[in-house]
Design a protein around this ligand. Structure first.
Ligand SMILES: Nc1ncnc2c1ncn2[C@@H]1O[C@H](COP(=O)(O)OP(=O)(O)OP(=O)(O)O)[C@@H](O)[C@H]1O
Length: 527
């Protein structure tokens, strides 16, 4: 009975409230309504112990999605998946996976250092819909964070920073990584101009599939990890957060594969810089400044890209000569200026960039040079500090072979491994060649046949190497004999020449002796 009365009172109260609300909405002028709402919320705030922060989806002119909103969206993805009842499925720009976020008017709770917080997703639909080419931008979405006023300092000081960092890390992990290549400078201007073109980076190489001596591999991985966690350290020592690697070794030893494995390990984009298409140092500077943080900048085959080794010295020598010869000659001066304009990227340009501007633009960046001929490079380019770590990619060792056998044949051990180990010690074969021999060529091939074909290839390579070595020895012997012969001939020639000279000059012991002989012959007496 009491319950029924209560319900009746409640329903009549709600009914009355509805009528008041309708009257209020229809008969009150909008400015009075806004005023009333303002004072009501002021009144509520007097006893309401919670603080709210809103994070709108768009900033400024609503052209750019707010980075903060994106970070929160990523941060809330995990919480939404496990806790929210209404979810929204979306793909973020550059993301490789589906993002699940909390749906409109849905709320999820979070906890941080003992404080409880509530996140809700909301949207405002404008009262009057205006005509627009972009109707979706009419809705204004925002996240709202609610927390008790006791936690004001904790939330505004630490928690929001934590959400941003976590969100950015999640977004970076989920993003679709890119492989950039530089465009020639005539593509840099005009409509849709870009310095770099990109494709999705989807190289499958990882450190697990990279064939390399395990200790060396571990060393590289630890170095990269230390670098990625070194933001504060680099700041403390006053150095730009960058690291240079030089990968060197014969073709087919896995330099490019290593770069892909590094990019996957670090979750970085890759900028493949083709130096031969870069007109000059100033273009190089513009290109490199246009790279983003968390990226690897690669210059492959640096020795072939440019005459980096000699250009600096040659240029200097040429400058000196020109200065000497053409002092004050306007024609020469003009020619020189023209040449300078046409000149390509120089070693000093590259060095200046590595040491100077790049350091100033900060950010988490790795630069990698690769070369097949490390001895050809100018020491200035690869000195420590510029190229912090030199990694030799060498011929296939047994440990590296085991990785390849596992990758290509799913074989971890086999009776033929012993033979292969012995042959690898005696032969230089690149991982690329080993991999090629291990790859089954038809469905009838088994691991056993593949391993046998590798053994055959190794034996052939060993014979070939022995033949080449014998040829080299023979060649060296022949050369030594020829040199000996040439020396002997030269000596005999020198001797004959000295005798002739002595005779002509009539001086010296020989001359005197010959004179005496003549006297004896003529006078029959010795002087
Ligand atoms: N160390 C390795 N681990 C795994 N696979 C490798 C390795 N080295 C070579 N390969 C295989 O050989 C192919 C060629 O190797 P890669 O291009 O990485 O060699 P490289 O040293 O960069 O050669 P180049 O100097 O000619 O550019 C790769 O696609 C890969 O399949």
């Amino acid at each position: 009975m009491i319950m029924r009365d209560l319900l009746m009172h409640l329903s009549s109260a709600v009914g009355g409230l509805m009528i008041i609300l309708t009257l209020f909405q229809t008969h009150f002028p909008p400015h009075l309504r806004d005023l009333l709402e303002k004072y009501t919320s002021k009144l509520v705030r007097l006893w309401y112990p919670y603080i709210q922060i809103t994070f709108p989806e768009y900033t400024g002119e609503r052209l750019k999605k707010s980075d903060v909103y994106i970070a929160i969206q990523s941060y809330l993805t995990e919480k939404a998946t496990t806790r929210a009842k209404k979810l929204r499925a979306d793909t973020l720009k550059d993301s490789q996976s589906l993002i699940l976020s909390i749906d409109d008017n849905e709320e999820v709770t979070d906890e941080f250092q003992g404080a409880k917080l509530w996140w809700s997703s909301n949207k405002i639909v404008p009262r009057s819909m205006s005509m627009s080419f972009y109707p979706e931008t009419e809705e204004r979405r925002f996240y709202r964070l609610t927390f008790h006023k006791h936690h004001r300092d904790l939330i505004t000081g630490t928690y929001i920073k934590h959400v941003m960092n976590e969100g950015k890390t999640i977004a970076l992990k989920n993003r679709q990584r890119k492989l950039f290549t530089n465009n020639p400078s005539n593509n840099w201007y005009g409509y849709k101009s870009t310095k770099w073109s990109h494709v999705v980076f989807e190289h499958p190489a990882t450190f697990d599939t990279l064939a390399m001596e395990p200790k060396k591999k571990q060393e590289v991985m630890s170095d990269l990890k230390k670098f990625s966690e070194g933001k504060e350290y680099y700041k403390k020592i006053g150095k730009a957060w960058k690291r240079g690697y030089l990968l060197y070794g014969p073709p087919g030893t896995g330099k490019s594969t290593m770069i892909a494995a590094m990019a996957n390990f670090m979750n970085y984009d890759v900028y493949d810089l083709e130096l031969t298409t870069v007109k000059d140092n100033s273009e190089l500077r513009k290109l490199l400044i246009d790279t983003s943080s968390k990226s690897i900048i690669v210059i492959e085959d640096i020795d072939c890209s440019l005459d980096l080794t000699g250009q600096r010295k040659k240029a200097k020598k040429k400058d000196d000569d020109e200065d000497e010869k053409g002092k004050g000659d306007p024609a020469k001066k003009m020619k020189k200026e023209e040449e300078t304009k046409e000149s390509k990227v120089t070693l000093s340009g590259l060095l200046n960039f590595i040491d100077g501007i790049w350091s100033a633009c900060g950010g988490e960046r790795i630069i990698i040079f690769t070369t097949n001929f490390v001895d050809k490079l100018d020491p200035a380019l690869i000195r420590r500090g510029r190229m912090d770590k030199h990694i030799e990619m060498s011929y296939c060792c047994f440990e590296a072979f085991k990785v390849l056998a596992n990758n290509y044949l799913d074989v971890e051990s086999h009776p033929l491994f012993g033979t292969i180990e012995a042959l690898l010690k005696e032969t230089n074969m690149t991982p690329a060649d080993v991999a090629e021999n291990l790859m089954p060529k038809s469905i009838t091939e088994t691991p056993d046949t593949c391993l046998r074909s590798l053994i055959k290839a190794l034996e052939e390579a060993k014979e070939e190497a022995a033949r080449k070595k014998a040829e080299v020895v023979e060649e060296a012997k022949k050369k030594a004999e020829e040199e000996e012969e040439a020396k002997k001939k030269a000596k005999a020639k020198d001797d004959a020449k000295s005798i002739k000279e002595a005779k002509e000059n009539g001086v010296g012991a020989y001359g005197k002796l010959e004179e005496e002989k003549e006297n004896v012959k003529e006078n029959g007496v010795k002087n």
